[in-house]
Structure formats: structure tokens, C-alpha cells
Design a protein around this ligand. Structure first.
Ligand code: NDP
Length: 443
């Protein structure tokens, strides 16, 4: 058995009951196999064993008091996965499904994603099984303060710089930042996604969605195509989905769907983003309310968003939201390109369906890297105590996304798998981290 497959088998055995982590490992190691096996120096240095094992995992209790005066306890996590090429960097997720397996899969993916940005950032991920949905402002603040009261001793502007993710937006970052500042008596760029009045970067809010569309646009362009007049299906209705939809619209495409965990809306006339922003960003409501704004829209409870006919699909909600059946339906309906705004939204089997049917498929670690890239630009601005304009950050974001596309596309060609961006992204991301690890010795 090859070195890569031996490591995969061993790591899965050492970490039982972590299906999402196993899935991410399987996807990455399987596609790295020919490349890694052709470089025996990696085996000699134990690169894969070290890459798969987080440098540090912190798990902690998060006690807080709800509005009825009852004590609540949630689980808190921070996985500091790899500092080979920079300080740990990656989001914090607040969602009831959060567990070690999910945080580890996200942290592992983050190693390669952060490497692909070309910026000096290592990888981490954190979160809690706390659900901000339905909680009062005071409860959310109490939770965030308690979460940071433990986390603050493990992070720092040159050590680990967390950001937002599912359930963690500007409000939660603000409360966590306030508590960090109070506990440490410092004002530093320790979190990204901050508000503009206290060190945040313009374009950060839009970065993941815009970045996704910039990369897919470049891919379409190099295949003689564009977003102009394309019908686009998007899942989710959060930060990534909303700004992906906004950029698609600016580039002449028509977004016809958005969803949340209750169901999806289909609006054949094109989604009205002002309505979605009002429902989601201002009222923190449900996507079902969209039909009150537009008579052309139909709401369907449950999953099913991928049954809608589209040219381009952008899954922007969560992991494993698109399975093999969905992928077959998309192929049957003539979908030509899929860009993952979410992390690992396609199952391994769905990815296989796309690759076999020559759908242009870009995995999340490349396609959604714009968020962390602009977070790294926020860190640069904080260090310099400067603030760049929206256009300046947006230009840098676009350059980064075009470079990522060229990088993954060239690497795929080099290994004889043209347009296999899964292989391209995994090898391109891995190379830089592995070479840095080789330079550092056995640490
Ligand atoms: P938000 O919390 O802003 O939005 C998440 C959206 O996905 C909501 O519409 C939510 O619906 C839906 N969703 C979440 N969980 C589920 C589920 N189990 N089933 C169905 N729908 C679900 O998060 P983001 O937009 O920030 O993140 C979306 C994805 O993008 C995640 O995979 C995240 O890791 C990834 N990502 C985010 C980045 C960022 O900068 N924010 C950067 C890179 C990747 P509901 O409200 O009903 O829960």
C-alpha cells in the first residue's frame, strides 16, 4: 500500500467517529497520492502524518446565563492546525451541529485554502454548539463574552487570528472583540471581520461571495464563456450566498434561488437582493418570508434547491448539502459549472459525478478563499494602522482569485489532469506548506 493510503488508513483509525474529518482527509489524500508518492522525501520527513495531526486542540466549557436566569453550558473549540506558513487563521462557527469532527475537517481544509491565497497565513478553526438563532441580544453577548474569556489566552495577533463563519457575523465578532480588548488591555488585530469603526476592512463582508464569483468568472472566461445571461442557482441566504448573488447580478447573470435550513425560494424573474438583505441581515428572519416581497416567487419547504434548472450552481450553505442524486440532476439539467462557496458542500460521490461529466467544478478550498484572503488584508491594514479603500481591497481580492484559478489550473495541467481543479487545488496548496515544513525540521 502506498505511503499516502497508509497514512489515510492510520489517521482514520486513530480518530474514530469523525465522519466529516474522514471525508476531508479522503478527498485530499486520495488526490495527493500520485504526487506525494513521486516525492519520497515527504515520507522520510513524515510530512503527511504531521500535516494530518493538529498542532494543538483546545476544548473548553462555556457557561452563560439565559434570560430566564438559568445557567446554560456549551462546548467551545479551537483547533490550531498548522502554523507552517503563518499564524493560525480561520473562522469561528456557532451552530448546534458543531463538534470536533466538523471543526477538524474545517481546520484541515483551511491549511490548503490559506496556502492557495499566496498570503502568509497558517490554519485554525473554532466554534461552539451554541445556536444564536432565537436568542436575545443579551444572551448572544453573554455567550460571546464567556467564549472569549477562555479563548483569549490561546490567541493573539501574531499567534492565532479567528474570524466569522456560520452563525458568527459582525455582531458576534464585535462582542468577542470587546471582551478580548477588556481582558488583555490591548487594541490589536486579533480578530478579522471587525466593524469599520474599530479596525475592520472594507470589502471583508463581501469578500467570500465576490471572490467566489471572480474565480468562477475567470474559469468561464478561459473556457470561452461568462456569467452574462446565465441562470444561477445559489443555496444558503447568509453572508456568502448574499454577496455571491450580488456579484453574479453585477456580471449580468440571473440568480433564481436562495435557501436556508427550512426550505428554498425559486424566483424565475431573478432574486431581489434588497428583499433578502432585509429579511436576513436586518430582521434575522426566514427565507420563506421572501414570497411576501415578490409574487413571482415560490417557496418550497425542505431541500430540493438543486432540482431547479441552472447553468451555474453555487452551493453556499453548509457541508454535504449536495449529494450524488443532486449532482446527477444538475448534470441532466445542463449545468456547466459548480463553484463551492461553502466548505465541502458536495459529498465525495457528488464531486465524482461532476468530474466524470466534465462539469467545471471548483472545490471550496480554492473557490471560497476570498474571505480569508481579505481577512489577511485586514491583518495587514491593522499592522500598518492604515485603512484601504473599497476599490483597493476589491482589486486585490480579484487579483488573488484570478491567481488562485491560474495556479490550480496550471498544476492540474502539469500532472496531466486538465480541468481537474480538485487535484490542482490540493497539490498547489500542499506544495507550499510541505516545503515550509521540510525547511523547519521535525517540529
Ligand atoms: P451564515 O451563517 O451567514 O449563513 C449560512 C447559511 O447556510 C444560512 O442561510 C443557513 O440557514 C444555511 N445553513 C447553515 N447550516 C445549514 C444546514 N445544516 N442545512 C441547511 N442550511 C444551512 O454563514 P456563511 O454564509 O458565513 O457560511 C456559509 C458557508 O460558507 C459555510 O460552509 C462556511 O464555512 C463557508 N465559508 C464562509 C466564509 C465567510 O467568510 N463567512 C469564508 C469561507 C467559507 P439557517 O439560517 O436556516 O441556518
Amino acid at each position: 500500500m502506498s505511503y499516502t493510503m497508509r497514512v489515510l488508513e492510520k489517521v482514520i483509525k486513530q480518530n474514530p467517529n469523525e465522519p466529516e474529518f474522514h471525508q476531508a482527509l479522503t478527498e485530499v489524500l486520495t488526490s495527493l497520492q500520485p504526487y506525494v508518492d513521486a516525492h519520497p522525501e515527504y515520507e522520510k520527513a513524515g510530512i503527511l502524518e504531521r500535516l494530518c495531526e493538529p498542532e494543538r486542540i483546545v476544548m473548553f466549557r462555556v457557561p452563560w446565563i439565559d434570560d430566564s436566569g438559568k445557567v446554560q453550558v456549551n462546548k467551545g473549540y479551537r483547533v490550531q492546525y498548522s502554523s507552517a506558513i503563518g499564524p493560525y487563521k480561520g473562522g469561528i462557527r456557532f451552530h448546534p451541529s458543531v463538534c470536533l469532527s466538523i471543526i477538524k475537517f474545517l481546520g484541515f481544509e483551511q491549511i490548503l485554502k490559506n496556502s492557495l491565497t499566496g498570503l502568509p497565513i497558517g490554519a485554525g478553526k473554532g466554534g461552539s454548539d451554541f445556536d444564536p438563532k432565537g436568542k436575545s441580544e443579551r444572551e448572544v453577548m453573554a455567550f460571546c463574552q464567556s467564549f472569549m474569556t477562555e479563548l483569549y489566552r490561546h490567541i493573539g495577533p501574531d499567534t492565532d487570528v479567528p474570524a466569522g463563519d456560520i452563525g458568527v457575523g459582525a455582531r458576534e465578532i464585535g462582542y468577542m472583540y470587546g471582551q478580548y480588548k477588556r481582558l488583555t488591555n490591548t487594541f490589536t488585530g486579533v480578530l478579522t471581520g471587525k466593524g469599520l469603526t474599530y479596525g475592520g476592512s472594507l470589502t471583508r463582508k463581501e469578500a467570500t461571495g465576490y471572490g467566489l464569483v471572480y474565480l468562477i468568472e475567470e474559469m468561464l472566461r478561459q473556457h470561452g464563456n461568462s456569467f452574462e445571461d446565465k441562470t444561477v442557482a445559489i443555496s444558503g441566504a447568509g453572508n456568502v450566498a448574499i454577496y455571491a448573488a450580488e456579484k453574479v447580478k453585477q456580471l449580468g447573470g440571473k440568480v433564481v434561488t436562495m435557501s436556508d435550513s427550512d426550505g428554498f425560494v425559486y424566483d424565475p424573474e431573478g432574486i431581489d437582493l434588497d428583499a433578502v438583505k432585509e429579511i436576513k441581515e436586518i430582521n434575522r428572519g426566514r427565507i420563506s418570508e421572501y414570497t411576501k416581497y415578490r409574487s413571482s416567487a415560490v417557496y418550497t419547504p425542505g431541500r430540493g434547491v438543486w432540482n431547479i434548472k441552472c447553468d451555474v450552481a453555487l452551493p453556499c450553505a453548509t457541508q454535504n448539502e449536495l449529494n450524488a442524486e443532486d449532482a446527477k440532476t444538475l448534470v441532466k439539467n445542463g449545468c456547466i459549472a459548480v463553484g463551492e462557496g461553502a466548505n465541502m458542500p458536495s459529498t465525495l460521490e457528488a464531486t465524482e459525478v461532476f468530474l466524470q461529466n466534465k462539469v467545471l467544478f471548483v472545490p471550496g478550498k480554492a473557490a471560497n478563499a476570498g474571505g480569508v484572503a481579505v481577512s489577511a488584508l485586514e491583518m495587514s491594514q491593522n499592522s500598518m494602522r492604515l485603512a484601504w479603500s473599497f476599490d483597493e481591497v476589491d482589486r486585490k481580492l480579484k487579483d488573488i482569485m484570478v491567481n488562485i484559478y491560474n495556479n490550480i489550473s496550471n498544476v492540474a495541467k502539469e500532472v496531466g489532469q486538465e480541468d481537474n481543479f480538485v487535484v490542482g487545488a490540493n497539490i498547489a496548496g500542499f506544495k507550499k506548506v510541505a516545503d515550509a515544513m521540510m525547511a523547519h525540521g521535525i517540529v
